[in-house]
Design a protein around this ligand. Structure first.
Ligand SMILES: [Ca+2]
Length: 378
């Protein structure tokens, strides 16, 4: 296994669990009937604690750095910051600039960060000719946070053109306020809003809880602990969520593109397929499509993307993901909502904090230590 260096508290504290149980990465690929795709990691840039990225206009890849800067990666390399909110965020706990997204026409750019009070915040900027217009900045949505961890923070536009926002359960440990199952809070949820349909945003009329007066209308799915990274399959529109576990089970959740929303992924009654503490499995629990324990494959899942690029034909259609504590790049073959193959792709991206899908649908892996890797065919 690779040697881990923890050169700074910043890097150490972003780990999404209370205790780091680093164990030998002895792969247990018990259901790998087919040969894994052969891939290589090509280091294409060095950023400062990159946390997230998004495909930008003109074939660029935009990268968020945790302390609050955004840089643009193109053929010439990584730019100077095109946005700097470092005076408005902190990097204690699991805080910082945690997500970025463009809408489909690259007309607006969104940032997701914790502000100086620790409040989760999504802001919007207009974009003209590939450049952010700072004077157009406005806040779309905020959510106060009771603790500095489990902020979620990923943001993505779905195939339906709506903005999805992942929020963790509020933090501490064990979901002390029961937010995961409480439909009266946005914590522990995946939200779905229309940032263009109203000010500050509109609720899509077909959101699953708009007719339930006891539930927040923004909620798309619930029962999530820390849905750190999620994505939509660029081929099918299916939703995949990497939900970080408490201390036993890391999980990948899945919903088909045809879903009407409202999925209950179980937390904090369930951790993966297992009752959490004395939890009772909810009748509507949607179990993970994949889970793994802490005996070898890691301790904090980093959700990725279904690979829809051209460079690695053998990987096409597989879900690529990793684990922050382990760093091995892995893939799942998922057919009709069932995992039919698990693969260790044989490369290690370090402390893999996020994946980015470029405009050409090739994938990048981000090491919080700074390395930006493109996943290539070996
Ligand atoms: Ca779950």
């Amino acid at each position: 296994m690779k040697v881990r260096t923890r050169s700074s508290a910043i890097i150490g504290t972003i780990c999404l669990i209370a205790s780091l149980a680093l164990t030998t990465a002895s792969a247990d690929e018990s259901t790998a009937p087919r040969q894994a795709a052969k891939v290589a990691l090509t280091k294409v840039a060095t950023a400062k604690n990159p946390t997230a990225g998004a495909a930008g206009p003109g074939g660029t890849v935009w990268l968020a750095e945790r302390a609050g800067t955004v840089r643009v990666l193109d053929r010439r390399g990584l730019s100077e910051p095109v946005l700097d909110i470092s005076a408005e965020t902190t990097t204690d706990g699991e805080r910082g600039l945690l997500g970025i997204a463009f809408d489909k026409k690259f007309a607006h750019f969104y940032i997701s960060f914790t502000n100086l009070e620790g409040t989760s915040t999504v802001d919007e900027f207009a974009v003209r000719h590939g450049k952010i217009r700072p004077e157009t900045r406005r806040t779309v949505i905020t959510q106060t946070q009771p603790y500095p961890n489990h902020n979620g923070g990923d943001i993505k536009f779905g195939p339906d053109g709506y903005l999805y926002i992942a929020l963790g359960d509020g933090g501490s440990g064990g979901d002390p306020h029961g937010n995961g199952q409480n439909l009266d809070t946005l914590l522990g949820k995946l939200l779905r809003i229309d940032p263009h349909g109203g000010k500050p945003y509109a609720i899509p009329r077909d959101n699953p809880f708009v007719d339930d007066p006891k539930a927040r209308d923004e909620i798309w799915a619930y029962g999530l602990r820390n849905p750190w990274r999620f994505s939509f399959d660029a081929g099918t529109g299916d939703l995949l969520i990497g939900d970080v576990g408490q201390s036993a089970w890391e999980e990948i959740d899945w919903a088909p593109a045809s879903s009407d929303g409202g999925e209950n992924y179980g937390w904090s009654q369930m951790e993966g397929n297992h009752p959490f503490r004395e939890g009772t499995e909810p009748a509507n629990h949607v179990p993970p499509v994949h889970e793994y324990d802490r005996t070898g494959l890691g301790c904090s899942v980093t959700g990725g993307f279904v690979y829809r690029g051209k460079a690695i034909p053998a990987l096409r259609g597989q879900y690529v993901y990793s684990d922050y504590c382990d760093g091995t790049i892995r893939s799942l073959r998922i057919e009709n909502g069932k995992v039919t193959g698990t693969h260790d792709l044989g490369v290690n991206g370090g402390e893999v904090i996020s994946f980015v899908q470029g405009g050409n649908r090739e994938l990048y892996a981000l090491d919080i230590g700074g390395s930006v890797y493109r996943i290539d065919r070996a």
